[in-house]
Design a protein around this ligand. Structure first.
Ligand SMILES: Nc1ncnc2c1ncn2[C@@H]1O[C@H](COP(=O)(O)OP(=O)(O)O)[C@@H](O)[C@H]1O
Ligand SMILES: [Mg+2]
Length: 275
């Protein structure tokens, strides 16, 4: 069996000042999947994600890339960040250049690509997020949702094989969420492995193939989303409520449905039959 592209084993992290944020944490990122890190606020999601591209170094335990312990020298970190791109929760923490085009160019230029190659990468990344029209805009004039897409485009321009996003839908309106998920789905269809954190069980249920349930700095269980989210006792321990969509589809005969449209259609069908 080939090693997973990214995994953490026995991870512990203590912030300066002594706050233990992660403890004995195991997680496996499998190639080509959509993995959700699901847990309440303060459970350690952000702290974990900052380990996945080497921003934080574990206090104990290790991060494995293709089964080998990751290195933390400059060369190793550069190679690592080409493969694993991290999109921070707050786009203002990520964006720094004056214009969108300059911001998204930064990564490819930093990789040593030529101006021509960089332009190609920037065009591709902006197109993937459907924001080509923003290329010349000043970043500080963008809306929150637009900034979020630019921040993702900046990471995408490095063509990472694994894209890690911290609470990607937080702060977006419903239309913004749909727009973003469509863009992420296209990336996933093109082969990108996705890892994202959220406290939103509905999003996790509707969208992720795999879920890792977080509580107090550790993973209580990682597995197929439907199986994990159907484990009521587990969710209670993690202070999460089961997704409404799952509770509804469990009341209906047949296989568990994952989309709101499918569940509503079946409910309507049954209500008609009963009339
Ligand atoms: N810079 C920091 N210094 C000290 N403690 C921190 C810092 N950032 C987060 N923490 C603590 O680490 C724990 C996990 O936080 P975090 O990873 O941000 O959780 P989540 O992303 O799930 O909300 C919390 O107890 C939080 O208070
Ligand atoms: Mg967080």
């Amino acid at each position: 069996m080939t090693a997973p592209p990214l995994a953490v084993r026995g991870l512990e992290y203590t912030y300066p000042g002594g706050i233990a944020a992660l403890r004995d944490l195991d997680l496996t990122v499998e190639r080509g999947r959509k993995l959700v890190i699901l847990g309440p606020n303060g459970s350690g999601k952000t702290t974990l994600l900052l380990h996945l591209n080497g921003t934080f170094r574990p206090t104990r335990g290790e991060v494995l890339l293709d089964g080998c312990p990751a290195g933390y020298d400059r060369h190793a970190l550069n190679q690592w960040r080409r493969r694993v791109g991290l999109v921070l929760q707050e786009p203002d923490d990520q964006l720094f250049a004056a214009t969108v085009g300059q911001d998204v160019s930064f990564g490819p230029l930093n990789l040593g690509l030529t101006a021509l190659e960089t332009r190609e990468r920037v065009g591709e990344a902006l197109a993937a997020l459907r924001i080509a029209d923003l290329a010349d805009r000043a970043t500080h004039t963008l809306s929150f949702g637009q900034k979020k897409r630019v921040a993702i485009a900046g990471i995408l321009a490095m063509r990472p094989e694994i894209l890690v996003l911290d609470e990607p839908t937080a702060g977006l309106d419903p239309h913004g969420v749909v727009h973003l998920l469509n863009a992420l789905q296209r990336l996933h269809d093109a082969g990108t492995t996705l890892v994202f954190s959220t406290h939103d069980v509905e999003l996790a249920y509707a969208w992720a193939d795999q879920a890792a349930i977080f509580q107090d700095g550790t993973v209580l269980r990682q597995g197929e989303t439907t199986a994990v989210l159907a484990d009521r006792e587990l969710l209670q321990r993690a202070r999460l409520r089961p997704p409404l969509l799952l509770e509804l589809t469990q009341l209906l005969p047949g296989p568990l449905l994952r989309s709101r449209e499918a569940v509503l259609a079946q409910l309507q069908e049954r209500l008609r039959v009963n009339q």
